[in-house]
Design a protein around this ligand. Structure first.
Ligand code: ADP
Ligand code: MG
Length: 684
């Protein structure tokens, strides 16, 4: 870690304090290492009541030194009213043993009970203390995740040293926050976490760990807020259009933009008119018309003489975008092209030349756009589809190809409004919350998977009418092997019945095999595609009218909604069948019910949030942020909205972090790995 730099005007002693806490990454890593369990040594048991494999704390009298025999360990026999226990040490020195275990005295001993030759034994006890002196083993000891190569005791000692060196830090939260929740102060929370008095002290939802998780969320949200403020103050190019391309685009449309689309056009235009780079998230449910918004933004950039690039996560999606966007862009008077990794040399060279000369206004592609050979005359706008596939470093590589280009990120994953800013903190937000008129809602039913055969009949009938179907099986990481077997089994069963009409795609197939299978499905050579959720993002096959989701109760609502959005995209009315295997829990029943009742992604996201908290949303891969150490998304997700609100207020009040609380926040930023955001604040 870089040496800690003083926030402007920080007091000297505070700087010393934090240097101790953060001093070298090691101390901080130690302090923020979250225990994943605890050994409870408070319960004293009689020897006869101990059980093999358990940690026990016993008060017993030293009965006799049995000594060491050949290579056997040095053994000492203890007794209480109920029986005998042997403690044993390899490579022990007799004089030390005599001092530690004086015959006739009582000792408190704590450690793991084993059976050896049918007798109770404790090998190398964890703790031996003298109760006559009022000593006791630590009541509760935290256990840490990485003890494989590192003995627990060594780690505990290192953490204790780091804790002892840690002074009190000034409070960075609004005092009412910890008071209102009855949370300890930061340092006290760390002490509770590493030196708990009772197991509750280290529970993820206990006050100490919750406070620390909140601190971590708060620091992240402050960092995101600071980044946003800094970006909005940095130099970029104002795009002021003359309407020449955008008017042509709108005039050529066979429909009118929705109110939401018109609002988004205006928000985007106002943002690009500022002399700072835009970073805006365009959020809209599947089918809400994000493509038109992208085309409109590209047309606007062209009016200011700037080129655009649209980046999609896969070749298929890039070509699909091309098919939708090229006609729109051409109608606006723009020249556009698609460039993917597959394009042959001659065609590729022609595109690159026209790009460098400025003859091409808009380029659509994949990661291939990153390549060095791709140079723009003047790249001023980057549109990114499905942002969770791209990290910030990807974004930066493309940004470097232009001069402070504006960035529009499009996402089809609805997030509750209250959370959108928290999750995407450094971006501005436009929402397409209205669908084009005349869309037929997707018919959704839930049924037990015992009716799969009947369902297959139904699919066969639809196929006879030229329709196509997806059959999705869940993939959940803990049991991947089992899950893959499930996909394969389902495929085998359906294959037996339909032969070549069925294809399979999943993440373990080679990309080429996967694309070939997708292509057969798209072309209609296969009418049924058995798949894992690899098909979730953006695939568009207008003839697909049926979506079957197996074990639907194992999916999140947002994911079910994404999957459902894959059908009913053409003129056909879509239907979605949610298969379940009983018995269903109350929540699972409720969730399937919500899916049947509504088709609105934002309503579903809101319900998902109520039922499951923000855990999933916190899990989104966030651009270039350090991983959480103390936040457990599932447990602490519900703290996000509050932490974000508090961060927003604090940063609004003191954007350069120069007042007392601001300086404390700068320390929190340093501690949690956002030093760069603290620097941004001070330089702003
Ligand atoms: P998504 O947000 O999922 O990318 P698309 O941009 O693909 O949605 O739009 C879905 C469909 O809706 C496309 O066929 C598109 O032509 C059509 N569409 C977009 N905007 C409108 C509108 N204002 N009125 C009618 N149809 C529209
Ligand atoms: Mg789209």
């Amino acid at each position: 870690m870089a040496p800690f730099k003083l926030p402007r005007g920080a007091r000297r002693e505070a700087a010393e304090l934090i240097a101790k806490v953060a001093g070298g990454d090691l101390n901080r890593d130690l302090l923020f290492l979250a225990p994943h369990g605890a050994i409870d040594r408070r319960n004293r048991v009689a020897i006869a009541d101990t059980r093999e494999g358990e940690i026990a704390t016993i008060e017993a009298e030293v009965d006799k030194h049995l000594g060491a025999f050949r290579n056997a360990p040095y053994r000492i026999r203890l007794r209480d009213e109920t029986g005998f226990l042997t403690v044993a040490y390899f490579r022990a020195r007799e004089d030390m043993m005599q001092r530690l275990w004086p015959v006739g005295q009582k000792r408190l001993v704590s450690g793991k009970i084993e059976l050896w030759n049918g007798e109770r034994q404790m090998l190398h006890p964890d703790h031996v203390v003298d109760p006559a002196k009022g000593e006791a083993p630590p009541p509760v000891e935290p256990v840490y995740p990485l003890t494989a190569d590192l003995p627990l005791r060594t780690l505990q000692r290192a953490i204790k040293t780091a804790l002892d060196a840690t002074g009190e830090l000034p409070e960075w939260l609004d005092p009412t926050t910890p008071q209102g929740h009855d949370w300890p102060r930061f340092r006290e929370a760390l002490v509770k976490l590493h030196q708990p008095a009772e197991p509750g002290d280290i529970k993820p939802d206990g006050p100490a760990r919750t406070r620390l998780a909140y601190d971590e969320l708060f620091a992240r949200q402050c960092a995101l807020r600071l980044r946003r403020a800094h970006r909005r103050d940095s130099a970029g190019r104002a795009v002021i259009g003359d309407g020449s391309h955008t008017k042509r685009l709108l005039a050529a449309l066979p429909y009118k933009p929705t109110g939401a689309q018109t609002r988004a056009f205006a928000e985007i235009a106002a943002d690009m008119a500022r002399p700072a780079p835009m970073l805006r998230l365009l959020q809209g449910d599947v089918g809400s018309g994000k493509t038109l918004a992208a085309a409109h933004t590209m047309a606007l950039a062209a009016e200011a003489g700037l080129q655009s690039a649209l980046m999609a996560p896969t070749d298929i999606l890039a070509r699909q975008h091309g098919a939708n966007l090229l006609p729109l862009l051409e109608s606006a008077g723009l020249r556009a092209a698609v460039l993917t990794g597959r394009d042959k040399t001659a065609a590729r060279r022609a595109i690159l030349e026209q790009l460098a000369s400025g003859a091409i206004h808009a380029l659509i592609g994949t990661h291939a756009l990153f390549q060095e050979s791709v140079t723009f005359k003047d790249l001023g706008l980057i549109v990114i589809d499905e942002q969770h596939r791209f990290g910030v470093s990807d974004r930066m590589r493309l940004v470097e190809k232009g001069y402070a280009p504006h960035v529009l990120v499009m996402s089809a994953t609805p997030i509750p409004r209250t959370l959108a800013l928290a999750v995407h903190g450094d971006m501005d937000l436009s929402v397409l919350d209205e669908k084009p008129p005349g869309r037929q809602p997707i018919r959704t039913v839930a049924m037990p998977s015992s009716r799969a055969d009947e369902l297959a009949d139904h699919i066969a009938e639809a196929a006879a009418r030229g329709e196509r179907a997806y059959w999705v099986c869940p993939l959940i990481e803990e049991s991947e092997a089992v899950d893959y077997a499930a996909v394969q089994d389902r495929y085998d069963v359906l294959r037996e019945r339909f032969g070549d009409g069925v294809e399979i795609v999943h993440g373990r197939m080679a990309a080429s095999a996967r694309e070939a299978a997708m292509e057969r499905f798209r072309a209609g050579e296969a009418f049924l595609l058995v798949a894992t959720t690899v098909i979730e993002v953006g695939v568009d096959v207008p003839e697909a009218s049926i979506m079957v989701i197996e074990d639907a109760d194992r999916f999140g609502l947002a994911q079910l909604h994404q999957l459902r959005g894959r059908v009913g995209r053409g003129s056909l009315r879509g239907s979605c069948v949610l298969l379940w295997r009983g018995p269903l829990s109350q929540t699972a029943r409720e969730r399937l019910d919500i899916m049947r009742r509504t088709d609105d992604g934002f309503v579903i996201a809101e319900k998902d949030y109520q039922l499951r908290g923000a855990g999933d949303m916190l899990g989104f891969r966030q651009s270039g942020l350090p991983p959480f150490r103390l936040v457990d998304p599932e447990t602490h997700g519900k703290l996000l909205a509050g932490a974000d609100m508090e961060a927003r207020m604090a940063i609004d009040r003191d954007p350069t972090l120069e007042y007392e609380r601001g300086r404390a926040i700068a320390m929190a930023l340093e501690l949690f790995g956002y030093a760069e955001a603290a620097q941004l604040a001070r330089s702003g």
